[in-house]
Ligand binder design. Sequence first.
Ligand SMILES: Cc1ncc(COP(=O)(O)O)c(C=O)c1O
Length: 342
Amino acid sequence: MPLIQHVFDSFPRLDLLDGPTPIQRLARIEEELGLASRGIALFAKRDDVMSLGGGGNKLRKLEYHLGHARAAGVDTIVSVGGVQSNHARLTAAAAARHGFACELILSRLVPKDDTDYETNGNVLLDDLFGARPTLLPRGTNGLAQAEARADALRAAGHTVLVLPTGGSTPLGALGYVRCAREIAMQEETSGQRFDRIAIPNGSSGTHAGLVAGFAAMGQSPAKVTAYTVLAPADVARRTTLELARGALALLGSDATLDVDDVRIDDAQLGDGYGIPTQGMKDAVRLAASREGLLLDPVYSGKAFAGLLHDLRHGIVRDGEQVLFVATGGAPGLYAYRADLAG
Ligand SMILES: Cc1ncc(COP(=O)(O)O)c(C=O)c1O
């Protein structure tokens, strides 16, 4: 994997993980779905298991963003997201550990304004991590506000880095290029190969990094199937492709990606971003009650609902070895208490 190795040497990175995240078999869910008789095996890559700030997929992207920030002499990180953004929470946690000031510009993207949603879950943790959150009125552009705040901070003598939604830039996507390599190495060590890798797609950086990583290693990027939770499938596909090509360009890889390499299903979107679906609630409950695995209501819960549908309806074919990437976000469960209560 020589091209992939190039990533680790050329880009500054702050270590925010605890080494490779574990891959675990979901034997009780396999049993519940009767997968053994079809020769299907189901595993979870536990990207929710990281010691910093509650963990989650955003830490992989933040390793590269904060590496760049440190190299560039940045003292303040300004980031954006929805009220219950996991990216915002993990930016605050990583900034706390590495001594950056952190300001969060949070937008009301979801039609929910109850006390749990606006003050519990990620919002509570943002505050504990010492970030300075600003909650914008509905309909205000978060990134424009973040840029304006960054200008004011620069005028006061600070060196500022603005991170866009989800940390999803080609540089951030390198975190998931690294994850693709980690999965390939875990396959080599364990002898367990995966035919299908299932993930949520929000701001698309996770998906982009994985497809770029597999393409750069000469493996099929189409083994990654994403369930979009934010944008319609065609929009998410274009964003993912653009980010993945950007990541390949950073790597100096001549691997090419086609739109058909980016597989996105929008059946789990329901009424839109952050709006609960029955499928999500059932999936969150199944993972928790059969495996003790905490998914989240906005991303991994909807993605797992999509995978369960595909397992039950023969879209996952007999004999497939399936890896679900559990991307974290459990603090969001507390913000959706009323939706999830049994
Ligand atoms: C828990 C969780 N899972 C998945 C995602 C989706 O990742 P991406 O934005 O890279 O598509 C996010 C993004 O916010 C997230 O917080």
